[in-house]
Write a protein that binds this ligand. Structure first.
Ligand code: THU
Length: 131
């Protein structure tokens, strides 16, 4: 699957987002080395802090299905002019399982920025930090 195809898959998730409070849908598509893809969307809550982001939805779906150390790329998309940058909590959660992850961050016109998670979270704290 090309980078653009992974981005397009993430865009299909925008319609599943539950965003009655922010009205800002976000979609994600997380790829595993074997080609399996876990998608996600943001799911908000009237207790705002209980909201889960699209990236973490995809990640917990994957981990709960037995994937842990085989993540290759994630696409993150939103209806924003700027790239829909992953929030700090999502960067940290992804770093736990995939410090070498490639991240595709898309704008509403479907163009995207490609960079590494380590660029987004330099000097990240992860399992190796506790050795
Ligand atoms: N959001 C995500 O889904 N991912 C991010 O990395 C940034 C923010 C969601 C959370 C909330 O539902 C909405 O975007 C506005 O913050």
């Amino acid at each position: 699957m090309t980078d653009q195809e992974l981005v397009e898959l993430a865009f299909t998730m925008l319609e599943r987002s539950y965003v009655p409070y922010s009205h800002f849908p976000v979609g994600a598509a997380l790829e595993c080395a074997d080609g399996t893809i876990f998608t996600g969307c943001n799911v908000e809550n009237s207790a705002y802090g209980s909201t889960i982001c699209a990236e973490r939805t995809a990640l917990v779906k994957a981990v709960s299905e037995g994937h842990r150390d085989d993540f290759t790329r994630i696409a993150v998309v939103g209806n924003s002019t700027d790239p829909c940058w992953p929030c700090g909590a999502c960067r940290q959660m992804l770093y736990e399982f995939a410090p070498d992850l490639t991240v595709l961050v898309a704008r509403k016109d479907h163009s995207f920025v490609k960079l590494s998670l380590k660029e987004l979270l330099p000097h990240g704290f992860g399992p190796k930090s506790m050795d």
